[in-house]
Design a protein around this ligand. Structure first.
Ligand SMILES: [Fe+2]
Length: 323
């Protein structure tokens, strides 16, 4: 089933100019029918209690219908409109959001988690008063955290969105079912006004290989091929290329009360754990700017560090370099 009915070339200039686009009836009628049949009603048994549900909305992991090239279509659309890099793109979220009846009709703006470089929203049900509101021009810092709430909690009172956006120009979209919105979710303040009863599918992605929730259908395969290399008693790395794993959140030196700094690594949604200085050096060698991947060194010590990091999920071992 085809998801989008959009020619990216028609929207590229608008996106470059205004940093968002809203495309009327951008999804196919067949796909909208599927979404309304599957997610137009409550599905208590499928709520995502761990990663998405809040006081404002229920969330469900979207499962595409058979014969749907979800990632292929999404990545082609986002590359074509937003000019992101296709070869390193991953899906970071595929949630249906259902806003609850008692939701605050005027919530503060938020920024999506770090992995949401680009958010693609497909409206499924939209009550008459519901509005998508975005602030495209001001305060475009990226949320570096794993959750919207963490970012908000990190801000001093005078940098909260309800303060800094008081005089900022906003865009208010009165959308209809089938409309498609594309915007940089982690860097653009946005909100859903009068959201009660609104149902939206959000497909979120980035081009820096970051999938904290493991929602890209290919992520399990990437990890499985890493495990296959690691399965040998003496793992052979000659045909494997180390890369930062899709679940790595950060590495850093932390200072304890004894005054000593020690290196740690953290995976999304997990506690930090200690790594060695050699392992830290490997991760740093693999970090190129915004997460681009490159080959690490090949010294024997490096090999041991790479295996150790891969076993703990900090690195993946890929069959070919991601460029
Ligand atoms: Fe959002």
């Amino acid at each position: 089933m085809k998801i989008f009915d959009i020619d990216p070339a028609e929207h590229r200039d608008a996106y470059r100019r205004q940093q968002w686009v809203s495309i009327s009836q951008g999804c196919t009628s067949e796909f909208l029918d599927y979404l309304q049949a599957q997610y137009g009603r409550r599905r208590e048994d499928e709520k995502l209690f761990d990663v998405g549900n809040t006081a404002a909305k229920d969330q469900y992991r979207f499962e595409p219908p058979p014969d749907t090239d979800m990632c292929g279509e999404l990545f082609g659309l986002v590359e074509g409109i937003c000019q992101t890099k296709r070869s390193t793109m991953v899906l970071s979220e595929r949630h249906v959001n259902r806003y609850l009846d008692h939701v605050n009709p005027n919530p503060p703006a938020h920024k999506d988690r770090f992995a949401t470089q680009i958010a693609v929203g497909i409206a499924i049900e939209v009550p008459e008063e519901s509005r998508l509101v975005m602030y495209p021009e001001d305060h475009r810092d990226v949320n570096p955290y794993g959750m919207s709430a963490e970012y908000r909690a990190s801000l001093p009172p005078d940098e909260l969105p309800e303060v800094v956006l008081a005089d900022s120009p906003s865009i208010e979209i009165a959308d209809r079912p089938g409309d498609v919105h594309i915007f940089p979710g982690s860097s653009m303040w946005h909100l859903r006004r009068a959201a009660a009863g609104t149902v939206v599918l959000y497909l979120k992605c980035n081009d820096f290989n970051c999938d904290p929730l493991g929602e890209d259908p290919s992520s399990a395969g990437v990890r499985a091929s890493t495990e296959a290399v690691l399965g040998a008693a003496d793992p052979d790395l000659t045909s494997a290329v180390p890369a930062l794993s899709r679940r790595l959140q950060w590495v850093a030196r932390l200072a304890g009360r004894d005054g000593q700094e020690r290196p740690f690594a953290k995976l999304w949604q997990e506690e930090p754990f200690a790594v060695t200085e050699e392992e830290l050096a490997i991760v740093r060698a693999l970090e190129h700017g915004s997460g681009r991947l490159a080959s690490a060194g090949n010294a024997a010590g490096d090999q041991a560090s790479i295996v150790g990091l891969a076993r703990r999920g900090v690195l993946d071992l890929l069959p070919a370099p991601v460029i």
